[in-house]
Write a protein that binds this ligand. Structure first.
Ligand code: DOR
Ligand code: ZN
Length: 350
């Protein structure tokens, strides 16, 4: 029997192990939505131009710190965007000096601002070997980009064609497969006993592909990797609520203004930063697994990244439905907040 009797839950303050903060006006508008609940976040480097070198990462980190709301305690954990020109020595310096926590691999063309990503994996082998030596994680956008591969198969094909061979060549490399969307990815990670973990987003625990396409097209549910069929969503929920150390939260909260989402060729990305913790509490509560929420949001991530969990806590309280704004205003236009399609009964305190 699921335990649905809990009405208050105190957990270590969560971290977000995959987040898009953007820059400029958008950064200033969305950053408070994350710092309200989260202590740290792995910050994605897909700016225009991308965050490629340790110098870029230092400069971007300074801009994030300058945009922090008054009194916020938040540590941005920076990533370097892997290109075929990335220098192993620069990656080593960035990691050893605490400038960057991870390197991000986008297959070229996989998603928003990924044109400078990797085409020939042999070209980045020296960087990957350096990372394996120093224990620096590689965050992977796990989708092939071949136009002849069906978009719903791109993650599964990536595992077979790219990830398995790459991990055979560099077995000591520590890899996070990000925003997994399929049972294939869950099984692959679960069967990997060393150096492998996965992040799961809030929205992929809640929506399947029907939410995007049935009864009219819903651009606010469009993201990459695209949500798959219901059986895959169920596999993701099972992984998240299992407590298995290899699975942890990476929201992939990815703000785009409404004009950029709502057009003939709209941007990929779902903005979940404001209501993520309420959404997750609801998902774990409905599954009767609230006691596993802390592992997913606050313990398994630090464990993989070899960082201490946060000392302070947040408290989730169940009550009447909580309202979040439908949109966040920015100087560039409104950004729509993720609508889970059900009432959120859990509010966050502290
Ligand atoms: O939906 C997505 N949006 N997926 C990504 O991989 C990138 C992100 C973005 O930057 O907007
Ligand atoms: Zn992302």
């Amino acid at each position: 029997m699921p335990d649905r009797t809990i009405t208050e839950l105190t957990i270590r303050r969560p971290d977000d192990w995959h987040l898009h903060l953007r820059d400029g006006a958008m950064l200033r508008a969305v950053l408070p939505e994350t710092t309200r609940h989260f202590a740290r976040a792995i910050v994605m480097p897909n700016l225009v131009p991308p965050v490629v070198t340790s110098t870029h990462a230092m400069e971007y980190r300074a801009r994030i710190l300058a945009a922090l709301p008054e009194g916020a305690k938040f540590t941005p954990l920076m990533t370097l965007y892997l290109t075929e020109e990335t220098e192993p020595a620069d990656v080593r310096t960035a990691f050893e000096a605490g400038i960057a926590t991870a390197v991000k691999l986008y297959p070229a063309g996989a998603t928003t601002n990924s044109a400078s990503g990797v085409r020939d994996f042999d070209k980045v082998r020296p960087v990957l070997e350096t990372m394996a030596e120093i224990g620096m994680p590689l965050c992977v956008h796990g989708e092939v980009t071949d136009s002849d591969i069906d978009i719903f198969d791109r993650e599964a094909v990536f595992i077979d064609k790219i990830l398995r061979p790459l991990r055979k060549k560099v077995p000591d490399l520590r890899v996070v497969m990000e925003h997994v969307t399929t049972s294939d990815a869950v099984d692959y990670v679960r069967d990997s006993h060393k150096n492998m973990a996965a992040t799961i987003t809030t929205h992929h625990l809640i929506i399947n592909r029907n939410h995007i396409l049935a009864g009219g097209i819903k651009p606010h549910f469009y993201c990459l990797p695209v949500a798959k069929r219901e059986a895959h969503r169920v596999a993701l929920v099972q992984a998240a609520i299992s407590g298995d150390k290899r699975f942890f939260l990476g929201t992939d909260s990815a703000p785009h203004t409404d004009p950029n989402k709502l057009q003939a060729c709209g941007c990929a990305g779902i903005f979940t930063a404001p209501n993520t913790m309420s959404c997750l509490a609801e998902v774990f509560d409905v599954a009767g697994k609230l006691k596993k929420l802390e592992a997913f949001t606050s313990l398994n991530g630090p464990n993989f990244y070899r960082l201490p969990p946060n000392e302070d806590t947040i408290t989730l309280i169940k009550g009447d439905p909580v309202r979040y704004p439908d949109q966040i205003p920015t100087e560039d236009g409104p950004v729509t907040v993720f609508d889970p399609g059900f009432d959120l009964h859990w509010r966050v305190e502290g």
